[in-house]
Ligand binder design. Structure first.
Ligand SMILES: [Fe+2]
Ligand SMILES: [Fe+2]
Length: 239
């Protein structure tokens, strides 16, 4: 099957391609060719596409069997997308609302404060994943494949395991949906405000996307890493 046909069937697949950093401009290349050219496992790409096409069928088991490094690439690029594009865009749109006439009182200002508080929490959350959890998983993968000695790995991470991450892994979509609900129920912009409608839709999109992101982290990444930790323990016992 051609890569361009997969995208034309569901344009949301562009998000997957972007997060896997696969350049567009596929001409008539097949999915296999495009994945091979980018050294990407075709199964991983197809599992994500299948999930995007059939939202009710989350291919959890198949994804767990896949490669942890590619999953981290996907999650990392999703973080980049949120923090460098989607969240600043929403912030700008709220600032724009602030300038708009027709909304009485201080409600937009309060919303802006709420959202900025959220950005701080969000940034802390992803910085922890980027600076602690993901490097740990990559080192674990290196220790399993022999690229890093087990001794070095154990010395570096004697006090860390994936359960530590899960213990404080907070829900980052909840506040986004709270904001959406406040906007919808309590603000009354002029009826013709395209910006306001667009803002609610953008926030809804972010909330849904964050839900998917958490699903990948908690239902694929964590069980996958638990498996890897068990494997490394077994390998270490047989040394
Ligand atoms: Fe994350
Ligand atoms: Fe997270």
């Amino acid at each position: 099957m051609k890569m361009s046909d997969v995208v034309q069937f569901n344009f949301e697949v562009l998000v997957v391609l972007q997060r896997l950093q696969i350049p567009f401009g596929f001409k008539d290349k097949s999915i296999q060719t495009v994945c091979d050219e980018n050294d990407m496992p075709v199964e991983f790409f197809l599992q994500l596409v299948q999930w995007f096409n059939e939202r009710e069928n989350f291919p959890q088991e198949q994804l767990i069997r896949g490669d942890a490094e590619w999953l981290i690439i996907y999650l990392h690029n999703t973080h980049q997308y949120y923090s460098h594009y989607q969240i600043p865009r929403i912030e700008k749109e709220i600032e724009y609302l602030e300038k708009m006439s027709g909304i009485p009182d201080q409600s937009v200002q309060l919303m802006l404060e709420f959202f900025r508080g959220y950005i701080r929490e969000f940034t802390e959350h992803i910085e922890d994943e980027e600076n602690t959890t993901f490097p740990y998983i990559l080192a674990l993968s290196d220790a399993l494949s022999g690229r890093l000695s087990k001794e070095k790995f154990h010395a570096r991470y004697k006090n860390y395991s994936i359960d530590k991450y899960l213990d404080h892994h907070s829900d980052i979509e909840e506040k986004v949906f709270d904001l959406q609900s406040i906007l919808l129920k309590h603000l009354q912009p002029p009826a013709s405000s395209f910006q306001f409608t667009n803002l609610i839709l953008e926030i809804n999109r972010l909330g849904n996307d964050l839900k998917d992101h958490t699903l990948l982290e908690e239902n694929v990444l964590i069980p996958k890493v638990r498996q890897m930790e068990r494997e490394l323990k077994e390998q270490s016992l047989h040394l």
